[in-house]
Design a protein around this ligand. Structure first.
Ligand code: ADP
Ligand code: TRP
Length: 325
């Protein structure tokens, strides 16, 4: 039995890029009979950038609803909110005392923002230590993450090794990253990587009207309707290829090449495929988002499943470091 663990920040609604790039592949892994998954909402991490408590709670529910809508099996696995297990904060402290300053100063999550140090809080600096604690607290075997998180996994392994060296035994399990580079970067409506921070997202779980507005707003060139078009250089087609069937893709490419088919037609077709392919997910999202109390129950029972693991690991670490009796 391998333990798969991953977290997503509660930084807003989950978009098509998150669904295809992170939620989908992680859920697929969790469906293998030999895997047991610990997936959580990293709400403590979100405090490094988001101070509004009401927003955090909303984002947490939006993230939970997205995982549930995407089909994560919360009976077989553990689905919890990071902050419901405050044990993680204690391990963060222990690990932090083994983290050399330059290692944290070199982390991209800090370095990329360090040109304006007055805007950087200590939480942002400590971000990778908390992430290491997230992983090591549960003896995770594999951690599926995007390429951007590779360095954080290296830090996690370094910290685990440092504690193991000090203890002279395998106190903490060294996790293996599962880096998803096979999943292509999903482009946003402007052609750049789809990201909450670029305002170019397709809210796949959102109301149809907004989804339509986002799809119709995909940036294209100004080739006239009657002219033939190049499917390989069009953003609408790139997105379509990620969600349509091979037959549908071939048909759209042929329509582009022969002319008389406008970008408006292509966008409407993309919208049709998005709403049909994700119809169930969209419906399930609406169901869950309107039932926060039920989501609370799920998160609470997930925390109850995760807690014994956390308690066990923490007892090992406390004992080894000479804390307690
Ligand atoms: P955002 O850039 O919108 O803030 P996050 O950083 O919260 O997204 O993304 C969480 C995970 O979702 C990432 O680690 C990555 O694996 C995946 N992801 C995000 N955007 C995309 C994208 N455009 N294409 C593919 N995967 C993505
Ligand atoms: N830092 C990760 C991200 O932004 C989220 C995260 C927090 C995480 N803790 C984790 C991912 C532990 C994997 C394992 O995407």
């Amino acid at each position: 039995m391998a333990r798969i663990l991953t977290g997503i920040q509660s930084s807003g609604e989950q978009h098509l890029g998150n669904l295809l790039g992170a939620l989908g592949p992680a859920i697929e892994l969790s469906q293998k009979p030999d895997n047991e998954s610990f997936f959580f909402i990293a709400d403590l991490h979100s405090l490094t950038t988001l101070r509004d408590g009401k927003m955090r709670r909303e984002n947490t529910y939006a993230a939970a609803a997205a995982w549930l809508a995407a089909g994560f099996d919360v009976e077989k696995n553990a689905f919890y909110r990071q902050s419901d297990l405050p044990e993680v904060n204690e391990l963060t402290w222990y690990l932090g005392c083994f983290a050399p300053y330059p290692m944290l100063a070199n982390a991209h999550s800090f370095k990329d923002k360090s040109d304006k140090l007055s805007n950087v809080n200590a939480g942002l600096f400590y971000y990778p230590v908390l992430m290491a604690a997230d992983i090591l607290l549960y003896d995770a075997d594999f951690v599926p993450v995007g390429k951007d998180q590779k360095q954080h996994l290296e830090i996690t392994r370094d910290l685990a090794q440092a504690l193991n060296n000090a203890a002279g035994e395998e106190l903490l399990k060294l996790p293996e990253p599962l880096i998803r580079d096979e999943v292509k970067t999903v482009p946003g409506t402007d052609g750049q990587k789809m990201s909450k921070s670029y305002g170019n997202i397709i809210n796949i779980f959102g109301p149809e009207k907004r989804l339509k507005k986002q799809v119709m707003g995909i940036v294209t060139d100004s080739t006239a309707l009657e002219e033939p078009k190049d499917p390989d250089s069009c953003n609408v087609v790139t997105l379509y290829k990620l969600v349509a069937t091979p037959e549908e893709i071939a048909e759209m490419e042929a329509n582009y090449r022969k002319g008389g088919y406008g970008y408006g037609h292509a966008k409407k077709e993309l919208l049709r495929v998005l709403t049909t392919r994700f119809a169930e997910e969209r419906e399930r999202y609406d169901y869950w988002i309107s039932r926060p109390d039920d989501m609370e129950d799920i998160l609470r029972s997930g925390a109850n499943k995760a807690r014994p693991e956390a308690t066990k690991v923490l007892a090992r670490v406390r004992e080894s470091l000479g804390f307690g009796s």
